[in-house]
Design a protein around this ligand. Structure first.
Ligand code: 1QQ
Length: 389
């Protein structure tokens, strides 16, 4: 009788304080990414990576306590992301959130989580300014400024005679608008000439105007910042109109879900990326083996980054237990969220992305980046990203 009373007492005390409540077991980690709309072209890969991480890290859990991913579809826009985040925070009582898919959505939803003091790890938010949204916001997706220039340097290696460049971007998307700034700076730094700058919308399907302008400008390189559906159609229409030069796609091209959109015209596109399946560490090897067993091919960047985001939460939760000398499930939810946010920014992590760390602001510190070239088979149906050495 006495023991029962002791166990119940803390809950009653917290209930009197209205807000306070203990973390449930298994420990809920939110995954708020796009499972519907065109943005699901990325979100599907993120769910796969997060689930592989859940399985992998639950072999030990958080010192024995399992984690549980709670997924919530954000759809493709800001309102959907805000709604998903609110649900995960207030109804599902998650300790932290992996998400959302787009930077455009992060600028809407992250401030909500930040205000409620819930740690967020962006798995694919690469626009400038994401960690600066607030102290609870971090990311494992390296920013465009760090990654995008590699693609331009690779294009110069393939064709040292490049002089004239067309730059195109989706003006209604935060990531694309940020990435194009980096591309334009890189073009300038490499003493190339940007002869035309074309804008489009992620909702566009007809790119005749932009493709005609690129053809008319007589360029050797076209650099596109957009998402997979619009970007893929733009590539297709550029090639169909007769463009023969090199094409660089930004991070929105970093998915095999692009292949059905541009088909054989995807062939040769250069894409810089923050992940290589060949990264030589035990975490990546386990991740690649699990992915290959199911999908019979190498995992994509977005799956690797989502895995990494879940990993940081699990390792962060272990650090909170070590620091408080308590089980997460004995701690108040708001305490766990705050302590977890601090723990995420301590030390480094051996991940599929290599060894990484988050700085005090929540920005990722990552050392190695890659460029891949898309190779399509003769039929134009099957393709792959081949890392350029
Ligand atoms: C961003 C991106 C997108 C390409 C993620 C899918 O990098 O929105 O920041």
């Amino acid at each position: 009788m006495k023991r029962v009373l002791l166990a119940v007492l803390p809950v009653v005390m917290f209930a009197a304080g209205a807000e306070a409540e203990l973390v449930g077991a298994p420990i809920p980690i939110g995954v708020g990414v796009a499972q519907t709309s065109n943005v699901a072209l990325f979100g599907q890969e993120q769910i796969i990576g997060a689930k592989i991480a859940e399985k992998y890290f639950n072999k030990q859990g958080v010192n024995g306590t399992p984690i549980k991913l709670v997924t919530q579809d954000t759809g493709g826009d800001e309102a959907g992301a805000i709604n998903a985040f609110q649900n995960l925070i207030s109804k599902e009582k998650v300790v932290g959130i992996v998400g959302p898919t787009l930077s455009q959505q992060a600028f809407g939803a992250d401030p909500v989580a930040n205000r409620l003091k819930v740690p967020v790890i962006g798995p694919s938010n690469t626009a400038k300014g994401i960690p600066q949204i607030g102290e609870f916001i971090g990311r494992v997706s390296a920013p465009v400024a760090k990654v995008a220039p590699y693609a331009v340097k690779q294009a110069m290696k393939q064709n040292p005679n490049i002089k004239r460049v067309a730059v195109l971007y989706a003006q209604n998307d935060a990531f694309s608008s940020s990435e194009t700034v980096t591309f334009q700076e890189t073009v300038k730094n490499l003493k190339l000439e940007m002869v035309t700058l074309q804008k489009f919308m992620t909702t566009d399907t007809d790119f005749t105007t932009q493709a005609t302008a690129v053809l008319g400008a007589n360029v050797d390189l076209a650099i596109i910042s957009g998402l997979a559906a619009d970007g893929g159609n733009l590539v297709k229409q550029l090639r169909q109109l007769g463009y023969k030069g090199i094409i660089i796609g930004g991070n929105g091209f970093n998915t095999a879900n692009l292949f059905p959109v541009c088909g054989k015209n995807c062939d040769g596109i250069l894409v810089a990326q923050a992940y290589s399946p060949e990264a030589n560490n035990p975490t990546n090897k386990a991740f690649v083996a699990d992915y290959r067993a199911t999908y019979k091919k190498d995992p994509p960047q977005f799956s690797a980054q989502a895995f990494t985001a879940v990993q940081l939460f699990v390792e962060g939760l272990r650090k909170v237990e070590a620091a408080t000398k308590k089980k997460i499930t004995q701690l108040d939810l708001s305490v766990v969220r705050t302590e977890l946010n601090k723990a995420l920014r301590e030390g480094s992590y051996i991940t599929p992305l290599g060894e990484i760390a988050l700085d005090k602001e929540g920005e990722i510190n990552q050392k190695t980046f890659y460029v891949s070239e898309i190779k399509m088979d003769a039929g134009g149906k099957v393709g792959k990203f081949v890392i350029v050495k």
